[in-house]
Design a protein around this ligand. Structure first.
Ligand code: OFO
Length: 172
């Protein structure tokens, strides 16, 4: 059984994962409208992935005798100065989510809820991976600079990144 404190903290994270999904959906749409098909596909996949993170939390809360909440969401950024600033926003957002997961782990330990602590380890590992991916992408984007040919190749190659990261994503 979840304590009220843990239940509230997990519900807060459910909202953050839902907001992440919407934030990346907005990025996918922005890139699609700009004709950046590969980047757009990558962001659509990221958006789907965040939804699975949200659902995993929903199931956990309900299975442990809590009640998962679907709440109002903050509207995401829908426009970006450049694709570089879009990826900077992505990294900043992932760092914010990692901090939120760390806070949750801390609360689980304070509450002596070792089942929730164990469950959260998947998110800890996932955030390390997602931050690393965002940093790798941003390094490439910085290298490309204003080179149009570089952007063309990057937009093509990022689709490979989608395929490989999707293949590595565990089912649960
Ligand atoms: Fe939910 O994994 Fe990133 O944010």
């Amino acid at each position: 059984m979840l304590s009220k404190t843990i239940e509230a903290a997990l519900n807060k994270q459910i909202r953050i994962e839902a907001e992440s999904s919407q934030a990346y959906l907005a990025m996918a749409i922005w890139a699609e409208v700009k004709g950046l098909e590969g980047i757009s596909n990558f962001m659509y996949d990221q958006s789907d992935e965040e939804r699975t993170h949200m659902l995993k939390l929903v199931k956990f809360v309900n299975e442990r005798g809590g009640h998962a909440h679907v709440s109002e969401l903050n509207a995401p950024n829908v426009t970006f100065e450049s694709y570089k600033s879009m990826f900077e926003t992505l990294l900043e957002h992932e760092i914010f989510v990692s901090e939120s997961i760390n806070d949750l782990v801390h609360i689980a330990l304070q509450e002596k809820d070792y089942a929730t602590h164990n469950f959260l380890q998947w998110y800890v590992a996932e955030q390390i991976e997602e931050e690393a991916t965002a940093r790798t992408i941003l390094d490439k984007v910085k290298m490309i600079g204003d080179d149009k040919g570089g952007l063309y190749l990057f937009d093509r190659d990022i689709q490979q990144l989608t395929v490989s990261s999707a293949a590595e994503t565990p089912e649960d």
